[in-house]
Write a protein that binds this ligand. Structure first.
Ligand code: C2E
Ligand code: MG
Ligand code: MG
Length: 694
């Protein structure tokens, strides 16, 4: 550049000014210069001018009061005077509206401009926008306030600590540990942790981990309080703070303890339950195996417990079970295990190395103790147990196997006349296995169409007319031939297979009744036997209603045979169910009457149509006096209640005549007609086959 050429010099200067302007307009600071005389603006960058709604040109020459407003100028004047007087820079903060309804924070720096004479001739103004700064500060303050509020509002204890020293604690935590804030603040956090937990908590603290764990704190009075710690790290004003939420676990630990107890104990007797028993038994089995000693497992089942429940009520049943539990425990030694497996089943594990004779002795003591008479509701009752024994290692290598075999042995004790004790023998397992096999075959029998119904006519004693037919199931077993219901119904009952089988019977029987009607045969009801399981099932009445609808049969074509046991449960419930059946037109018979314990008063309240006198009272007639007395009493009782009677299993003419003479209404039995297949029955009904008695 040639500095001696004025034209070029001007060009260069212009360029320099332009550069300066560019710079001044692009720095994030508003810049202006005011001369002292009159405080008029001599320079303003774009930022300054636009801050006050001007541009770089039209702002020049205006006084600073004109630019920022009279009120603001008056406020600022003392600062301006001070910098000019004291000849040093000053700064202050101001807020301006940001034009969008908000506030703009500015920091104003005033710098005196000294003239050649050392006198201030003007002032530079530099304004920085610090809105963002201020907002961040505000946010921080707010979050701090929020944290404080949260900490105080929280029902859970919260402590802040820094480098292991407590900085703040909220009131709930103070209440939990019994200290004041002054006593805790500034103290090492570990001082308030239960002594046995300090090492662990200290470890978590020094690792700086964020986690949740169970530990314990120490109350001022020394009490150890189980708590849950939820530990978090916070960054606060450049510091690393640790926040610990402290949750009192005393209530939930108590709740968990109770749940654990419930899961492992029988609520009624307080004895361990099956799961707990197996757990403990496994340990004893392992110990015995290691030492080469023996163990004895006794399976105890009460005989006819259901009768107590049925006749005296569940409350009495519960009392009895509690008494039995006490008696069993009282008979045993401290190390022996006792558990209730549910219902009336108790299991005992004799822990000592007891020889077989010793086990027999314990079993007899148990039989005597459990079976001892007991006063209940003014009556003296006695419930005997049946006991099955399995020995370790002879009868099983683990608790499950021992339980299974003792259970099998117990069934043998029952079948040998109850109130006794049986030791397991391998042959017993064979019959249990046979049952299992039967169960698996039974599950397939419906699909395989192996069941058939036979029908046995029921006749009026007055005129020999047909009054009904009883449907009796048979199982056409591929290998065993026609199997009687007595051989498989108990298995089906115990394995819950009775519902699908019962459903099948009901449908088949109703279909057969329809065939009679369609063939123009006498419209008599078909009698269907019910099992306890069916009658007790949810939606039983609806199921009957559905079966009638599905087979297109009228309710009056169906009679249901219930046993006395089914009627004894909950009178109101049974009554309700029977009334609903009656409303459908269905008739109700009580099967095997005389073998149960139904009271007269009970029957009076139930809508029953007829009583079927059990075959056991018929078979020895007319010679046997006691059978005759019972049969006569049943007939008279039924007459007084307005119920009809039917004698089951009539096999002789003498029995038939005896029943007619006593005023029995109906008969069923081989002497009249055996159960027969549907097609055969229809032929019989059509008159092709004559019953002997007609
Ligand atoms: P139950 O209901 O008492 O049926 C009468 C039983 O006596 C039938 O035995 C029948 O064949 C038999 N019987 C009839 N007349 C005579 C006779 O003159 N002399 C002798 N000795 N017996 C006679 P079954 O068919 O073996 O049935 C046995 C039991 O099985 C039935 O006793 C009943 O409780 C049950 N049962 C049969 N079918 C069903 C069914 O479909 N469902 C349910 N839940 N149980 C059924
Ligand atoms: Mg029957
Ligand atoms: Mg019967």
């Amino acid at each position: 550049m040639n500095l001696h050429d004025p034209a070029e010099e001007i060009v260069a200067l212009r360029a320099e000014i332009e550069q300066f302007r560019l710079l001044a307009n692009n720095v994030p600071v508003a810049i202006a210069y005011f001369e002292r005389q009159g405080f008029t603006c001599r320079y303003a960058n774009l930022g300054y001018a636009s801050m006050f709604g001007r541009d770089e040109q039209n702002i020049l020459g205006l006084t600073f009061a004109q630019i920022i407003g009279e009120a603001a100028a008056q406020q600022i004047q003392p600062q301006v005077d001070a910098i000019l007087r004291e000849r040093r820079a000053a700064s202050y903060e101001r807020q301006l509206p940001d034009g969008e309804g908000g506030t703009r924070h500015i920091e104003v720096n005033l710098l005196p401009h000294m003239g050649a004479a050392g006198e201030p001739v003007g002032a530079f103004v530099l304004i920085a926008d610090i809105t963002r700064h201020r907002r961040a500060e505000l946010a921080l303050r707010e979050s701090e306030e929020r944290l404080a509020k949260f900490m105080h509002a929280s029902a859970e204890g919260i402590a802040f600590h820094k480098d292991g020293v407590i900085t703040d604690v909220n009131p709930p935590l103070l209440a939990l540990v019994g200290y004041t804030l002054a006593e805790m603040r500034g103290r090492p956090a570990l001082e308030f942790v239960a002594p046995d937990q300090r090492e662990r908590v200290g470890g978590v603290m020094s690792a700086g981990a964020e986690l949740t764990y169970e530990t314990a704190v120490a109350h001022k009075n020394g009490e150890r309080i189980p708590v849950e710690f939820i530990v978090r790290t916070l960054h606060h004003q450049g510091e690393r703070l640790r926040m610990t939420i402290v949750r009192d676990l005393r209530d939930s630990i108590e709740a968990r303890r109770r749940i654990h107890h419930l899961a492992h104990h029988d609520a009624l007797t307080g004895l361990p339950n099956r799961n707990a028993f197996i757990e403990q038994a496994e340990t004893l089995v392992a110990q015995a195996a290691a030492r080469g000693t023996s163990l004895a497992l006794l399976f105890i089942d009460l005989d006819h417990f259901k009768r107590v429940n049925d006749s005296l009520g569940h409350l009495a049943g519960d009392t009895l079970l509690k008494t039995v539990a006490r008696r069993i425990t009282g008979t045993l030694r401290a190390g022996d295990l006792v558990a209730r497996f549910g219902g009336d089943e108790f299991v005992v594990l004799l822990a000592g190395d007891t020889p077989a004779a010793g086990v027999q002795e314990v079993a007899h003591k148990l039989l005597a103790a459990v079976g001892a008479p007991l006063e209940m509701e003014g009556a003296s009752i006695s419930v005997t147990p049946s006991i099955g024994v399995a020995l370790f290692p002879r009868d099983g290598g683990n608790s499950e196997e021992l339980i299974k075999h003792a259970d099998t042995a117990m069934y043998h004790a029952k079948s040998k006349g109850r109130a006794g004790c049986c030791f397991f023998e391998p042959e017993m397992a064979a019959s249990a296995l046979a049952e299992l096999e039967m169960e698996s075959r039974l599950t397939q029998a419906i699909a395989a169409k192996e069941f058939v119904l036979h029908f046995q006519p029921q006749l009026s004693l007055a005129d020999g007319s047909l009054v009904g037919c009883e449907a009796l199931i048979r199982w056409r077993h591929p290998e065993r031939g026609l199997v009687s219901p007595n051989a498989f119904i108990p298995v089906a009952e115990s394995r819950r297979l009775m519902l699908p089988i019962g459903h099948w019977v009901l449908h088949e029987a109703l279909l057969e009744a329809r065939r009679w009607r369609d063939a123009g045969l006498p419209a008599v009801p078909v009698a269907v036997n019910l099992s306890t399981m069916q009658f007790g099932a949810v939606g039983f009445v609806e199921g009957i209603e559905r079966a009638l609808a599905e087979t297109g049969t009228d309710g009056s074509m169906l009679e249901l045979e219930l046993t006395e046991r089914m009627l004894m449960d909950d009178l109101e419930q049974v009554r309700g169910a029977l009334l609903r059946l009656k409303a459908l037109g269905v008739r109700i018979a009580v099967d095997d009457f005389g073998t149960g314990y139904t009271s007269l008063g009970h029957l009076k309240n139930l809508p029953v149509d007829r009583l079927k006198i059990d075959r056991s009272f018929v078979k020895d007639l007319p010679a046997d006096a006691s059978s005759a007395a019972i049969a006569r009493a049943i007939i008279q009782m039924a007459q007084s209640l307005g119920l009809r009677t039917l004698a089951e299993g009539v096999e002789t003419e003498a029995q038939h005549a005896w029943m007619r003479d006593q005023g029995c209404d109906e008969v069923q039995g081989h002497w009249l007609a055996p159960p027969m297949a549907g097609s055969k029955l229809r032929a019989w009904l059509a008159g092709g086959l004559e019953p002997q008695a007609r």
